[in-house]
Design a protein around this ligand. Structure first.
Ligand SMILES: NC(=O)c1ccc[n+]([C@@H]2O[C@H](COP(=O)([O-])OP(=O)(O)OC[C@H]3O[C@@H](n4cnc5c(N)ncnc54)[C@H](OP(=O)(O)O)[C@@H]3O)[C@@H](O)[C@H]2O)c1
Length: 350
């Protein structure tokens, strides 16, 4: 067995313990390492009565100073102390697997350099598209592809709200309230409904497909707060659905990159048209493979934790090596250019 630690015993971190328990029977063959065992869980709260109560620690140094801990799952969220804890773990040769898109967007390339310098890995499959095995597919199976566009429904909360408004004629405020009651939206929903969550995920995707660093602040960003039931009805009359999309388009000739997050009209023959409720969908276009469509749960305890655990297994399988995560060097930046030749897949701006 290989010892791991979890930082943050919340929705995703709690899910990681469950996924590991469920996977015990099938892991050894695939990981070649005997499977992971949760040795420590760092949190600021107590969890009396939890079957994991005896693993809870308050001091990160307990984890950092234990040489048996090979992989750390960072599921705390936010920039600090997540950044400092991640960097310190990597500096001790412990691989880090994260669901924290904010940290990957802000410091992913720097943390990747630290990982490379210390022979360990920094992986972040769960940070984009939750449970969908998207980033690994892009960096492995599509390594040789000239990817010219990625268009994604990347925020399940917004997709749920738009689906409710469309199907039940509910206005935005009521649909948001229902999303909150059902646990699909945060009490402060701004990061979802105003677009930053989608923009952060798009910035990560844009960096991966271009090999150049794109930051969230460079993504023009509009959310769904202004979308009305009348807009949805008018779109339907034209055979279109309204979706909040993250769009990245790359000119294979010049290398120019265009990015945006905005509510868009999606035609019925585009596979993203049928992606509803809390589901995510990502349409990728490659020069050889043509269209690829990814569909699944972009958030939630078990799907997101499943992606974190997939990264843990990859780190264990590659112990002593750095798994290439596809992020560019920190200074390898690009300035995105406006979309000039229309949007991919027959998509139009609302
Ligand atoms: N939830 C999802 O479906 C989902 C999907 C994809 C990605 N993500 C990302 O995954 C990350 C975690 O999300 P989550 O939903 O699991 O959040 P969460 O439920 O709030 O869990 C975070 C946990 O970390 C703990 N924590 C915060 N600061 C800490 C510190 N300094 N030391 C130790 N523990 C600390 C929190 O304790 P307190 O509660 O006491 O603050 C909480 O138990 C975020 O970056 C999020 O964007 C989440």
């Amino acid at each position: 067995m290989a010892d791991i630690a979890i930082l943050g015993f919340g929705t995703v971190g709690g899910g990681v313990t469950e996924v590991i328990e469920r996977a015990q029977g099938c892991v050894p063959g695939s990981s070649g390492c005997g499977g992971p065992r949760v040795k420590y869980i760092l949190d600021i709260r107590d969890f009396p009565g939890s079957p994991w109560a005896d693993r809870i620690v308050r001091d990160i140094n307990v984890i950092l100073e234990d040489p048996d801990v090979k992989v750390v799952c960072e599921t705390m969220g936010g920039k600090e102390p997540a950044f400092s804890f991640t960097k310190a773990a990597l500096e001790r040769g412990k691989s880090v697997c994260t669901s924290n898109k904010e940290l990957v967007d802000a410091f992913g390339p720097e943390l990747t350099q630290v990982a490379k310098a210390h022979g360990c890995s920094y992986l972040f499959e769960a940070s984009v598209g939750g449970g969908i095995p998207l980033l690994r597919t892009l960096r492995d199976s599509c390594r040789h592809e000239d990817i010219t566009s990625v268009v994604g429904i990347l925020n399940g909360t917004c997709n749920y709200i738009l689906t409710k408004m469309d199907r039940e004629g509910m206005d935005f405020a009521d649909a948001l309230r229902q999303a909150q009651e059902n646990g699909f939206a945060e009490r402060n929903p701004d990061a979802d409904v105003k677009g930053p969550d989608t923009a952060r995920k798009l910035a990560i995707l844009a960096s991966l497909i271009s090999g150049r660093r794109v930051r969230y602040e460079q993504v023009p960003c509009q959310g769904i707060t202004e979308v009305s039931v009348a807009d949805l009805k008018a779109a339907k009359a034209r055979g279109r659905a309204i979706k909040l999309l993250g769009i990245c388009q790359r000119d294979p000739r010049t290398g120019d990159l265009s990015v945006m997050t905005a509510p868009c009209l999606v035609p019925a023959d585009n596979p993203l048209y049928g992606v509803n409720d809390v589901f995510n969908g990502v349409l990728v276009h490659g020069g050889c493979v043509d269209d690829l469509m990814f569909y699944g749960r972009g958030a939630g305890r078990m799907p997101t934790a499943s992606a974190v655990v997939a990264d843990v297994l990859e780190c264990l399988k590659n112990a002593g090596h750095t798994v290439e995560n596809g992020l560019p060097e920190p200074d390898n930046t690009i300035t995105p250019v406006p979309f000039t030749s229309g949007l991919p897949g027959g998509i139009e701006l609302l």
